[in-house]
Design a protein around this ligand. Structure first.
Ligand code: NAP
Ligand code: F7E
Length: 340
């Protein structure tokens, strides 16, 4: 049987690495695109041992000519659009760039597919951030969006343009509304990885303390490796449709920190309130976590909790890793690579 060819935009990111590994194991030819950089960062692909199994192509998502060149060259069976300015906080300082990359690029790809490769199936990385200030207790495919950042607004555009092209031109184009998913491959600026890396640095004397922003926001955190499999499942259905992917459980950043200190067996105590709240290491009475206004956002998403019953019923998918196990996976890998 002819091998399928898939394009993954954002191959250098967390999800790009796990999805590439998954598709290679399914015998796909994987083309991974990355934007030009002075320092190609392939540490995730190297760690998975798949760097040489991927055809690497240059693609800047804001450049329509690069998109059409690549799509005309390969006429991909499947495209997974994971590339994005994905850091919510930076979207407040770079709103135009964020909307161009995350929103308009989706349209650039869809237009090119429509014109030159209409049989290509398309997956868009939509986000739970689109729910923003939530309008229902749990969020599913029917929950209205109420975005709270330029990032979230850019993703809403991407989401609806996918729906519009599916309905107008009969393209196989779908969006996965994925809730936060983490792993040892998470970028170091995101809160979970900042905490796991920071705490391991602190217990090994490489860092004195960690500064964080709002530790009371709550997120529905899953394991990234399990979430990339659902992207593929969505493209194997008879009918194109959008799905929410989540665990259905929500925890605060403070809960996440407490699970980490428990796992690392650091005896700690929280003291103070607001900007003066601190976490103390009871072994030496030193402060290990402080709050800094630097990490607060102009507007916050306070609470997210997903309902993925549709994915469970139709895609036969459900999450396997709870937050405690995810903390273990992340900290074990942090310790392993710190010591190596
Ligand atoms: P990530 O680690 O930040 O990776 C983002 C990727 O996009 C990187 O490879 C980055 O390349 C690339 N990129 C950024 N700007 C680009 C541009 N202008 N042109 C081409 N490539 C560009 O993100 P992730 O966690 O893997 O997430 C994957 C996708 O899912 C993103 O679209 C994100 O918004 C979305 N999402 C993520 C989550 C989550 O919890 N992880 C949840 C919902 C949705 P560089 O390495 O060059 O920066
Ligand atoms: O923040 C709070 C912060 O940056 C989580 C992206 O993958 O998931 C991610 O977006 C929470 C927020 O992720 C710090 O204010 C406190 O409430 O890890 P984060 P995010 O903003 O939820 C969604 C689904 C995406 O689609 C995005 O692409 O943690 N927080 N203190 C902090 N956050 C960071 N980054 N750093 C802190 O020091």
């Amino acid at each position: 049987m002819k091998k399928k060819t898939a394009l993954i935009t954002g191959i250098s990111g967390q999800d790009g690495a796990y999805l590439a590994e998954f598709l290679i194991n399914k015998n796909y030819i994987v083309v991974g695109s990355e934007r030009r950089s002075a320092r190609y960062d392939t540490w995730r692909l190297k760690r998975l041992g798949i760097e040489r199994k991927i055809i690497r192509e240059e693609l800047e998502l804001t450049e329509p000519y690069e998109i059409s060149r690549l799509i005309k060259k390969y006429k991909f069976d499947e495209i997974y659009n994971l590339g994005a300015q994905s850091f919510v906080k930076s979207s407040f300082s770079s709103p135009l760039y964020t909307c161009n990359t995350n929103g308009l690029s989706v349209l650039r790809i869809l237009e090119t597919i429509r014109e030159f490769s209409p049989n290509t199936k398309f997956y868009q990385a939509s986000s739970s951030e689109m729910f923003g200030e939530i309008l229902t207790k749990k969020q599913n495919e029917r929950t209205p969006f109420n975005p709270r950042s330029p990032y979230a607004v850019s993703k809403v555009f991407g989401h609806f343009i996918v729906k519009n092209y599916r309905e107008s031109y009969n393209l196989f184009a779908v969006s996965g509304i994925l809730f936060n998913h983490e792993s040892p491959f998470r970028g170091e600026e995101f809160v979970t990885r900042k905490i796991t890396k920071g705490l391991v640095n602190i217990i090994n004397g490489k860092q004195k303390f960690l500064e964080l922003g709002n530790i009371y926001s709550k997120r529905d955190w899953g394991f990234a490796k399990e979430y990339t499999e659902v992207m593929w499942k969505m493209l194997q259905q008879k009918k194109p449709d959008d799905y929410v992917v989540s665990t259905g459980r929500t925890y605060s950043i403070k809960d996440f920190i407490n699970l980490c200190t428990d796992y690392l067996k650091i005896k700690t105590k929280w003291i103070g309130k607001g900007l003066d709240e601190k976490l103390i290491n009871l072994k030496n009475n030193k402060i290990i976590i402080k709050i800094s206004p630097k990490y607060f956002r102009p507007s916050e998403v306070d609470l997210l909790i997903g309902d993925s019953s549709k994915a469970k019923k139709i895609l036969k998918w459900k999450p396997k890793t709870n937050l405690k196990s995810l903390v273990k996976i992340m900290l074990d890998e942090e310790i392993k690579y710190f010591l190596s």
